[in-house]
Design a protein around this ligand. Structure first.
Ligand SMILES: Cc1cc2nc3c(=O)[nH]c(=O)nc-3n(C[C@H](O)[C@H](O)[C@H](O)COP(=O)(O)O)c2cc1C
Length: 131
């Protein structure tokens, strides 16, 4: 079912971010192409190097590249590239911003641009979740 599919795994800043490595392994094993987008906060929990290595693609984090080249990550193209987006883990912060249409990270701008199914895996302490 996933063979040949183009998947964006969007990782936000939850302790559960360590599980994104396993998700990528399973997607790749199933034959999917995987691009990973990380929020700044997620880098406190797992490194881009790990996720880039497993996904076989550079991890995307910012709207623009870090150098002075003027190159940028086209969020609209990324949103349209994907057959599905998986937001896992999805923090309370990221979910709230998705709902309200914020676009202050690459992850959120890609989400807003997407026309594919988006799967959201909330990950937070139960007391936070039930608030
Ligand atoms: C150790 C630690 C664990 C955290 N775990 C979670 C979590 O599981 N879920 C959550 O919603 N926020 C969690 N947070 C808070 C988020 O990292 C914080 O709200 C951050 O701004 C989220 O940014 P992002 O949504 O752009 O990734 C945690 C923070 C720390 C320091």
């Amino acid at each position: 079912m996933l063979n040949g599919k183009k998947i964006i795994l969007a990782v936000s800043g939850s302790i559960a971010a360590y599980k994104s490595a396993l998700i990528i392994r399973l997607l790749i094993k199933a034959g999917a192409s995987v691009k990973v987008i990380m929020t700044e906060a997620s880098e406190d929990f797992i490194t881009p190097l790990t996720l880039a290595t497993l996904s076989k693609n550079p991890v995307l984090k910012d709207f623009t590249k870090d150098d002075d080249s003027g190159e940028w990550n086209n969020h609209v193209d990324l949103g349209l590239w994907a057959d599905a987006i998986i937001v896992a883990p999805a923090t309370a912060n990221t979910i709230a911003k998705m709902v309200s249409g914020h676009a202050d990270s690459l992850l959120l701008a890609v989400y807003l641009s997407a026309r594919c199914p988006v799967f959201v895996a909330p990950a937070m302490d139960l007391d936070m979740y039930q608030a």
